[in-house]
Design a protein around this ligand. Sequence first.
Ligand SMILES: C[S@@+](CC[C@H](N)C(=O)[O-])C[C@H]1O[C@@H](n2cnc3c(N)ncnc32)[C@H](O)[C@@H]1O
Length: 197
Amino acid sequence: MKKENKIEEFIHFFEQTIKYPQLTGAVLPSSKNLTKLITEKSNLKNVETIIELGPGSGVFTKSILGKIKKDTTFFVIEINKSFVEKLRDDFSELKIFHDSAENIKKCLKDLNLKTCDRIISGIPWTALDTKTQNKIIEEIYDSLSPNGLFVTFSYFPFNYLPQGKSFKKILEKYFSKVKESEIVSNIPPAFVYVCKK
Ligand SMILES: C[S@@+](CC[C@H](N)C(=O)[O-])C[C@H]1O[C@@H](n2cnc3c(N)ncnc32)[C@H](O)[C@@H]1O
């Protein structure tokens, strides 16, 4: 793993926000507090398979790699080629799919896998229309093992906008339990959803 230069990372991230505002959905990578919260809530000890969606510049990725067993299968799916190139440079041993989260099952199949235990997502849900939100959540649900967890975040107060509300409704439609965390400092402030299959 390469040593990070935070300023370069922030500039690169911001450039992607300007180029692809809908896909990037934030002006900066997630904060340390949000990274800590999302990885702790994911309860990563002793899991066999983990997928991260929308890793961006890799802040969650780095933390996940620091918490998992050596033999855990971990891969990421990122839609933006420029982030994919950065991730390949920084995490040379990591399996990285340059693809959309709409194709999780295809990525699992490529690795001869059917399901996974955890899916951690950085996708900017409130920037997506309801149809796309539903399509990706269905793909996530189908890809999780019976006791699997889906862990994601939402920006406050965007969760009160129509797209934030529709996202929560979709989570509640698919998952047996949907728990919200406290709000932590981030730009913008954010909280975590922990969803049990
Ligand atoms: C808000 S950024 C989060 C980046 C990083 N996880 C973080 O927390 O700093 C959203 C990320 O999701 C990616 N993304 C958006 N839609 C996606 C999709 N359908 N499939 C995979 N990645 C996607 C974007 O390219 C970007 O890297």
